[in-house]
Design a protein around this ligand. Structure first.
Ligand code: NCD
Length: 343
């Protein structure tokens, strides 16, 4: 994103994590805390009664689409959705500009995922309502970074630590992994972070992201291997090889065993290290991803991230549509039903 985007607030698009400072980031997290009972399905809210979300996903998605849509529905709004190019008129050659103009006429807010970096910003330029970037190619994924930092803050707090001055190891496909780009930039709002990064050859972190952190006074060091990368880290963030964004040769060269597993963690990491991943986790053989043999470890936070995604996405909608926490409180009642399984 070359031009400076305005801070994220009511009536604004959310395209990049650069739209946050410590103040509006803190506010988003306060709103995310305030909607916890609704996210945990202990309260039923109707504050978005009559509002319509347009959900447009031109790339595969499970949790991002479902959590954005669930967040809107849980707040009492309604959702229209289209997935993939095949089922939209983009398959007939319709431009982003025309599509944006049309669907913004049907919706009060739009969530858009698209395979090309910069395409969601283009979409926003032609939309008459706020647009939320749900991932634009290898560009950014701001809502994921928000839920990642929100989760990290909670997990560190339980260990008597803060995001300020923390040490995070970031591993995997750092070139095409947009969640990592947004995460490093958003964490750069904090103080004195140590980033230790490791990527397979050809998938290294883009220089502009590295410099973004360094110019803001953070330490960013490149580790020679995963064992050295995780040593001493408070948190470890692993990512999938983004095979869909690279040549078959490059994908093939990255295909080998696990990126991170229990043996590596036992050998090198802090005992209470927080283990994070944006998911999906590639569970095919030789996918070079986070192994499921870490699933019983107490530091595993990957499903806390997905749960927290609901709170964060509610907070994004409430902010974009100018709804106060007080309005949420006044329109929330206890649910008369239970959704828990009996043991
Ligand atoms: C990520 C994405 O789409 O960038 N997934 C997600 O939204 N949680 C990560 C990925 O696909 O690897």
């Amino acid at each position: 994103m070359t031009h400076v985007l305005p801070l994220f607030e009511q009536g604004r698009h959310l395209l990049s994590v650069s739209q946050f400072d410590r103040s509006n980031l803190g506010t988003i997290f306060e709103v995310a805390d305030a909607v916890d009972l609704i996210a945990k399905r202990q309260g039923v809210c109707t504050v978005l009664d009559g509002a319509m979300l347009g959900s447009l996903f031109f790339e595969p998605s499970t949790r991002t689409r479902l959590s954005f849509e669930s967040a809107f529905l849980r707040l009492g709004g309604e959702v229209t959705t289209t997935t993939g190019f095949t089922f939209s008129s983009m398959a007939k050659g319709e431009s982003i500009a025309d599509t944006a103009r049309v669907v913004s006429g049907y919706s009060d807010v739009l969530v858009v995922r698209h395979p090309e970096a910069g395409s969601v910003a283009e979409f926003a330029r032609h939309s008459t309502v706020p647009v939320v970037n749900a991932g634009d190619g290898a560009g950014e994924h701001p809502s994921q970074a928000l839920l990642d930092v929100y989760t990290l803050q909670k997990e560190l707090h339980q260990r008597g630590k803060t995001v300020d001055r923390c040490h995070i190891a970031i591993l995997g496909d750092l070139k095409f992994g947009r969640t990592v780009h947004s995460l490093i930039k958003l964490m750069s709002l904090y103080e004195s972070i140590t980033f230790t990064v490791f990527a397979p050859t050809g998938l290294e972190l883009p220089l502009d992201v590295e410099q973004y952190a360094q110019q803001r006074g953070h330490r960013l060091q490149v580790a020679p291997n995963v064992v050295e990368a995780v040593r001493g880290a408070d948190a470890i963030y692993a990512t999938r090889v983004q095979r869909e964004r690279m040549t078959a040769e490059l994908a093939q060269s990255a295909a080998r065993g696990d990126l991170l597993n229990r043996a590596i963690l036992t050998q090198a990491s802090n005992e209470d290290a927080i283990i994070m991943h944006p998911l999906p986790r590639d569970s095919r053989p030789d996918s070079y991803d986070l192994s499921s043999d870490v699933d019983e470890l107490s530091g595993l936070a990957i499903f806390h991230q997905t749960d927290n995604g609901l709170n964060i996405r509610m907070a994004i909608f409430l902010t974009a549509l100018g709804v106060t926490v007080e309005a949420v409180r006044l329109t929330t009642k206890q649910r008369p039903w239970k959704a828990t399984l009996r043991s």
